[in-house]
Design a protein around this ligand. Structure first.
Ligand SMILES: *Cc1c(COP(=O)(O)O)cnc(C)c1O
Length: 371
């Protein structure tokens, strides 16, 4: 980053190309486009599908709102599908039920860092001649049947937000094997402007043309320099996340009323989140009380996510309502993300487990009401 500051480039310079090259190699894709956020990657990817009003894109409701918003920004309609109760990943059978003549794409989301069942989803997409694209903002570093996330869908969006696997402050990346799509995404991120090459570039070096409507969604040279150095640390960080997840799984196995999500053997989980379900009748307290009790001890548990179809915007603009995705809705009442980050020490993880053991003990049901 200091070298970039000294070079005077700051924005689109040599670090962008270097980072895109390294990222494409890590994601197993032919092309990578660096963008200003994960949201920008999703929005540019949706734009590149050239959707028309009335076109539908199916996505799981258990995701961050940005996944659905990208579809709306591209002028199409998001159709919310339910999730599998054991993994909370997109339920292929429910997707199939929601496919109509207007369906143009499926947006898979690798919730918590576990890749979706891409074989099942691609068979479905192929049978219906629709696109399969992926929100992999949680799953950088993961893989599906030995294929890295970033190489399995038509395009894949990643986030470089500080909460994600690696960061550039704010940033995102779209990967694809489709050169035409990569060009459309790059063009959209630069105001829809193209610069001619060949003779004109030397005779009229000022010349450019806007051929499409776009935005400025570029990632700076500074951001790319930071992200490139972070990318080198990804394997070690992923390993640390996996070790903490294994520790949690072993320690929580005997505790009543707490159930980690299922991890499938055919995939490499990126362990962005460690999500458990709390069954209040066995645990002796519900998710909300456990959340407050943990926070009272300085343990930063979280809830990911409120199902997107329940948000007021989607209810009002798209007529979504409770009851549409019953599995996600009931999971939402029970899910809790335990602290999980590479800098977490063994002692930190042990403190989380000790607190859970104390709070979930069936003999200690009396949690102070103000906790
Ligand atoms: C973080 C995230 C995004 C958005 O990424 P930003 O870089 O914050 O714009 C989109 N989808 C999911 C599932 C995410 O977790």
């Amino acid at each position: 980053m200091l070298a970039v500051l000294r070079s005077g480039w700051l924005t689109t310079g040599p670090e962008v190309e270097r980072f895109e090259h390294d990222f494409a190699a890590a994601a197993g894709s032919r092309h990578a486009v660096a963008l200003s956020s994960g949201t920008a990657a999703l929005a540019a990817g949706m734009q590149a599908l050239e959707l028309a009003p009335g076109d539908e894109v199916i996505l799981p409701t258990l995701t961050f709102a940005a996944s659905a918003n990208a579809i709306v920004h591209a002028g199409a309609t998001p159709v919310f599908a339910d999730v599998d109760p054991s993994t909370l990943l997109l339920d292929g059978a429910d997707v199939e039920r929601r496919i109509t003549r207007r369906t143009r794409a499926i947006l898979a989301v690798d919730y918590a860092g576990q890749p979706c069942d891409y074989d099942q989803l691609s068979r479905l997409a192929e049978a219906c001649s629709i696109e399969l694209v992926s929100d992999a903002c949680h799953s950088l570093g993961g893989s599906y049947c030995e294929r890295p996330v970033g190489s399995v869908a038509h395009w894949t969006a990643f986030s470089l937000h500080p909460a994600k696997a690696i960061t550039s402050g704010e940033g995102g990346v779209l990967t694809t094997d489709d050169a035409g799509l990569a060009n459309r995404v790059r063009r959209f991120s630069r105001h829809g402007i193209v610069r001619p090459d060949g003779e004109r570039a030397s005779t009229q070096p000022w010349f450019y043309e806007q051929v499409d409507l776009g935005l400025n969604l570029r990632l700076s040279d500074l951001g790319c320099a930071l992200a490139r150095s972070q990318l080198r640390k990804l394997p070690g960080w992923r390993e640390r996340r996996r070790a903490i997840a294994e520790f949690y799984a072993a320690e929580l196995a005997q505790l009543p009323g707490i159930q980690p999500l299922a991890a499938c053997a055919d995939r490499e989980h990126a362990w962005h989140l460690y999500v458990v379900r709390i069954h209040p009748e066995l645990a002796g307290l519900d998710r909300d009380r456990l959340f407050r009790a943990l926070h009272a001890e300085g343990i930063g548990a979280q809830v990911h996510y409120i199902p997107v179809h329940l948000h007021p915007y989607y209810r009002e603009q798209f007529g979504t309502h409770a009851g549409q995705c019953p599995v996600a809705e009931s999971a939402y009442e029970q899910i809790l993300s335990l602290p999980l980050f590479p800098a977490m020490s063994d002692a930190d993880a042990a403190r989380v487990v000790a607190a859970l053991k104390r709070l979930l003990s069936p003999h200690r049901r009396c949690i102070p009401c103000d906790a």
